[in-house]
Design a protein around this ligand. Structure first.
Ligand code: GLV
Ligand code: GLV
Length: 325
């Protein structure tokens, strides 16, 4: 019998065709835009050889137990992998795939869009124009801060951070700075970014883009300690994961004018309840974790991951998270 792969979310038909092309794999798909309920998921994965998931599915010990010993590969349609319990996957010798490079450009674009929308107060301005707030031309009404001559800080320099800086450079940014657990000279050289301490990044940035992965080390790292050191004119942008931000502290910082604004693509939880205090703030732009452009490359990637790993008959030695690119 053919190996079975469970796809945890609706993939458009032409996408599924790409996956089916191989012919050597049997796919079952949760054919809905809503997440598969956990109880259902636990049943569906039973006996599967592979799972193709999205970021709403926690792939943890319980799920792996439910899947059983056939499971050889889990691949996620995301660049983030905080929903995967790597220790448990590793213990069972299950290979893991994710989709980093194909998402770099679209995440960088979205980050820049959010940054400009927040700093130039586009969402607020549209609202004012529509609802009669536009009385007359005023000298400093809805003024934002420009990127020209600014310092842009990048928290967590990887491919996405580099791609953001490349896009922002033509806006005449004066200086890029970054901080990370270690220096990344190769990436930093590409954008002439200077490595600084976490505190210096907080103090110097006019715009701060959070691009780090959510890990136990980065959980809640954007908290009062960060915001209280930032400039009053600073704009904070998060397109990584909600978990890196302490939202109570961010709310305080925004509502007391400690920083000028925030643009968030991600929050905890998702979706953020509509009555959440962050929604009451004019200086906080909030996006509903916009899916990265649906991208055939991404499915090609999955097809490859699934094929590669289903063809591994013997369990090989597990190297740390197998990033297949
Ligand atoms: C989106 O958030 C992703 O991780 O790809
Ligand atoms: C604004 O529209 C200006 O002319 O300065």
């Amino acid at each position: 019998t053919l190996p079975k792969v469970y796809v945890t979310r609706k993939v458009p038909p032409d996408g599924l065709d790409i996956l089916r092309e191989s012919g050597q794999v049997q796919f079952e798909m949760w054919d809905s835009d809503e997440p598969v309920p956990r109880v259902e998921l636990l049943k569906k994965v039973k006996g599967c050889d592979g799972i193709l998931c999205v970021l709403t599915e926690k792939i943890d010990a319980q799920l792996l137990e439910a899947a059983g010993p056939n499971l050889k590969v889990v691949s996620t349609m995301s660049v983030g992998f905080d929903h995967l319990s790597l220790d448990d996957l590793k213990k069972r010798g299950i290979r893991v795939g994710y989709t980093p490079d194909v998402l770099t450009d679209c995440v960088a674009e979205l980050t820049v869009a959010l940054l400009l929308a927040t700093s130039r107060r586009l969402i607020e301005a549209t609202h004012e124009a529509k609802t009669g707030g536009w009385g007359t031309w005023r000298t400093s009404w809805l003024c934002g801060h420009e990127l020209a001559n600014s310092t842009v800080g990048i928290l967590g320099l990887g491919r996405i951070g580099v791609a953001i800086a490349e896009r922002l450079k033509p806006f005449k940014v004066k200086k890029f700075i970054y901080t990370d657990v270690e220096q990344r000279p190769e990436l930093a050289n590409m954008i002439e970014a200077e490595y600084v301490s976490f505190d210096d990044m907080a103090k110097q940035s006019d715009f701060l883009a959070v691009c780090c992965a959510l890990t136990p080390e980065t959980h809640g790292i954007c908290n009062w300690n960060l915001f209280s050191k930032m400039k009053k004119n600073a704009i904070f942008i998060n397109t990584s994961r909600g978990g890196v931000v302490n939202q109570e502290d961010l709310y305080e910082a925004l509502s007391t004018g400690l920083i000028a604004g925030a643009g968030l693509d991600v929050t905890t939880p998702e979706p953020l309840p509509t009555h959440h205090p962050l929604f009451t703030l004019k200086n906080c732009g909030k996006h509903p974790h916009v899916p990265n452009l649906y991208n055939f490359l991404l499915l090609q990637e999955h097809k490859r991951m699934i094929q590669i790993y289903l063809s591994i008959k013997k369990k090989k030695h597990w190297t740390p998270l197998t990033f297949i690119v």
